[in-house]
Unconditional design. Sequence first.
Length: 164
Amino acid sequence: MPRSRTRSYLIWQVFGWPYESTAAVARLVFSGIMQTHPGLKILVHHTAAMIPFFHGRMKSMFDQFGEDFAILTEGRLTQHPIEYFRRFYGDMGAFSPGAVNVARDFLGADHLLFGTDAPFDATGGRSSIRESIAAVKNSACTEAEKSNIFTTNVERFFNLAPTS
């Protein structure tokens, strides 16, 4: 298939970007960086990419091949790998309440920050902002969790003074 046709289907933007983000995060986990720096906070785009959506498969595979992972990581991890993945943060640039719900269930609402794809959409960001707001508002998050996603979690993540 010609490269121009592949681009027209947005295959990389829709599927490649989250995969590449997930692969990068996995490399951080298995390198031991998350173990060595327990206070490290990393924000992963689009509700933490594929991590929340594949956490069941990840846990199953990590359990199944636990001895292999112990050998491969040469003792760099003292916890089950899935616990390091739970430490990441995700933004809300996923545009669906279902994505917000899955990310909340895996990461916890305190690890979700409001974020969008702005200005990378056909409307200069307006559509992305609108869809990200709607995804949070229509999610199963409590009102307190929604408020935290929109403000408090961002303030806490970036060590900002609370807004009044």
